[in-house]
Design a protein around this ligand. Structure first.
Ligand SMILES: Nc1nc2c(ncn2[C@@H]2O[C@H](COP(=O)(O)OP(=O)(O)OP(=O)(O)O)[C@@H](O)[C@H]2O)c(=O)[nH]1
Ligand SMILES: [Mg+2]
Length: 294
C-alpha cells in the first residue's frame, strides 16, 4: 500500500482545481476562467485498492496586490514543504513564462520530487506536445514530465500510476470515507462564489467573498444560508441585478451544485452584505473561512 501527500502548485488559471476534481471524481474545489479562483488549501483524499493519496489544491501563485493575495501565496508555498511529490502545473500551450519561473525558483529550494504537469493538451497535436516536453526537459530537474488534460480526462490514470511510485509504503492515514479537510459550510459558500465568478465580469469577482451563516440538515432537506460579501455598496446593484435576476440565477445554479454534492434537496437563501476592504483586513480572514484549513 502506497500512501502520501501531493501538492498541486502553479500560477493562477492553469487548471489545478480542475485536476483535483477530476481525480476525486467529485466537484470539491470551484473552478473558473478568472485568475485567483482558489483562496484556500483544499485537501482531497483519493483512495483505490493499493493507495491513498492526499492531494492539496493550492491558490494560484501571483504577484500579491493585497493582504488576501499575500496570504494566498503564503498558503501555497506552505503546502510544498511536507509533501512527497509536488505537481508543478503549467498551461502546455503557453509554456513556462516569467511568473512560472518565479514559482520554480522557490521549488528549487526544496528536496521534494517535482513533476512538470503540462495541462490543457486537448486540441494540441502530439508533435506540439512533444516539442514542449523537449523544451523543458533540461530547464529544471523535473523527476517526471506528464502531459494531461484535466478537463478531458486525458492521461490521468498514467499520472496517478507515476505518483504512486514516489510514495512511501505505508497504510492509509485516513479512513476511506473521508474526503477533505474543509467543512461543508466552506464548500457550500464556495459554490455560491463560483457562480458570482462565472456570472459577473471585470473587477467584481475579485472583490467578492461568500460565507455560510446557516447550515441545517433535516431529514429530507438541507437549509443553507449564504451571505455574499462585497467591498463597495455600488457592487450590490450588479450582484442583485435587474429585479433580483442575477442573485436568483446565482442561487439557482449554486443550489444545483449543492444538491449534487449532498445528494439531498437544498433550500438556499442568499443575501448581500457590504464589508469595506475585507481583502486588506486580516481580522476578517478567520471569520470568512480564509484562514481555515491546514
Ligand atoms: N481546455 C482546457 N481547459 C482546462 C483544462 N483544465 C482546466 N481548464 C480550464 O481552465 C480554467 C481554470 O481552471 P481552474 O481549475 O479553476 O484553474 P486553477 O489553476 O485552479 O486556478 P486558480 O484557482 O485561480 O489558481 C477553467 O476555465 C477550466 O475549465 C484542460 O485540461 N483543458
Ligand atoms: Mg483553483
Amino acid at each position: 500500500m502506497r500512501t502520501g501527500a501531493v501538492s498541486i502548485v502553479g500560477i493562477p488559471n492553469v487548471g489545478k482545481s480542475t485536476l483535483l476534481n477530476r481525480i476525486l471524481n467529485v466537484k470539491l474545489a470551484i473552478t473558473s476562467n478568472k485568475a485567483g479562483t482558489t483562496r484556500n488549501l483544499i485537501n482531497g483524499i483519493y483512495n483505490d485498492e493499493d493507495s491513498q493519496i492526499i492531494f492539496v489544491d493550492t491558490p494560484g501563485i501571483n504577484k500579491p496586490l493585497n493582504k488576501l493575495e499575500n496570504l494566498m501565496n503564503k498558503k501555497s508555498y506552505s503546502s510544498i514543504s511536507d509533501v512527497d511529490v509536488v505537481l508543478f502545473m503549467i498551461d502546455a500551450k503557453t509554456g513556462i513564462g516569467k511568473k512560472d519561473v518565479a514559482v520554480l525558483n522557490k521549488l528549487k529550494e526544496l528536496d521534494v520530487p517535482v513533476f512538470l504537469i503540462l495541462n490543457k493538451i486537448d486540441n494540441m497535436s502530439n508533435e506540439d506536445i512533444f516539442k514542449v516536453i523537449v523544451k523543458y526537459k533540461d530547464e529544471f530537474e523535473f523527476k517526471e514530465i506528464i502531459p494531461i488534460s484535466a478537463k478531458n480526462n486525458k492521461n490521468i490514470d498514467e499520472l496517478l500510476a507515476t505518483i504512486k511510485k514516489y510514495l512511501p509504503e505505508q497504510d492509509r492515514i485516513y479512513s476511506e470515507d473521508e474526503l477533505t479537510n474543509v467543512s461543508l459550510k466552506f464548500i457550500m459558500a464556495e459554490f455560491v462564489r463560483e457562480k458570482v465568478l462565472k456570472l459577473t465580469r471585470d473587477e467584481i469577482p475579485y472583490t467578492v467573498t461568500c460565507y455560510t451563516e446557516n447550515y441545517e440538515e433535516n431529514e429530507d432537506i438541507v437549509n443553507i444560508s449564504v451571505v455574499i460579501i462585497i467591498e463597495r455598496e455600488n457592487i450590490k446593484k450588479i450582484i442583485i441585478g435587474k429585479k433580483g435576476a442575477m442573485l436568483k440565477e446565482i442561487g439557482t445554479r449554486a443550489r444545483e451544485d449543492m444538491e449534487k454534492f449532498l445528494g439531498k434537496k437544498v433550500y438556499l437563501e442568499t443575501y448581500v452584505k457590504t464589508l469595506k476592504n475585507w481583502r486588506d483586513e486580516e481580522k476578517y480572514f478567520t471569520d470568512l473561512g480564509l484562514e481555515e484549513s491546514e
